[in-house]
Design a protein around this ligand. Sequence first.
Ligand code: G
Ligand code: G
Ligand code: MN
Ligand code: NA
Length: 254
Amino acid sequence: VRLENELREAQANDEWRLYYQPQVDQAGRCIGVEGLLRWQHPERGLVSPGVFIPLLETTELINPVGDWVLETACRQLAQWAHHPAFAELSVAVNVSPLQFRQVDFVAKVEAILQRTQAPCHKLKLEVTESLFLEERDDARDKMLRLKQKGVRFSLDDFGTGYSSLAYLAHLPLDQLKIDQSFVQQVIHSKANAAIVESTIALAQSLSLEVIAEGVERDDQQAWLLTHGCRTYQGYRYGRPMPLDALEAMLSAES
Ligand code: G
Ligand code: G
Ligand code: MN
Ligand code: NA
């Protein structure tokens, strides 16, 4: 209950932070970032979302916090749009199924895009398979309406859910994101390698982009490149970091 009350105060106390983790192409150039929520707690320090996202979801605080994440990401996109070194970056944000299922979710995103003047096609929403277990047609309808604005969709944690693959044919996705649990074992586990290979092939045959997350080592990237995956995210390229650290890193590179 204490944690719950503190979470309710976090917004007013300005304790939310959006960290950014690079997403790179095969040459190692940063082409985008994933925004990852952190809670800067006065005593606990920087708290990771694994601890509080479940609580945000059971208390429905996920909706206002999710709004904050979207607004922050879009404001960043709008700022970067005027800066030659950052103008091409996309920003991906995680959207919880509860958040996506709000009746006014599409209107909220449209209002944020309008208010911030963010370039819509640089915003990528990361959704998970669990979103499509229920009310699939509603999810599809919302995705189509946002895609009309140019917003893009990535399927996060691909391969870790329990749903059938049939939904893939019906949803307007742009990207599959190979879960880090497969990527980390890709060199040493034939089964994981087979899963990653099949995912890359599936993405190619459905004309979807594919990104591997959790890439930590050169040998993993080399394996992925050999097997046709050309976009990566992971500690190998950078941890989730505050905005100033990201901008410093990118400025030093260019
Ligand atoms: O950044 P980290 O690896 O600690 O994230 C842990 C989990 O929290 C991941 O599953 C990630 O998708 C989730 N997460 C991070 N930021 C957000 C956010 O802004 N919204 C939601 N719904 N989940 C997030
Ligand atoms: O569920 P989602 O994919 O949104 O979560 C991303 C999570 O993975 C974040 O908590 C992030 O900190 C973590 N992460 C990102 N890159 C790596 C990596 O290379 N190795 C490990 N172990 N975790 C990573
Ligand atoms: Mn994610
Ligand atoms: Na993931």
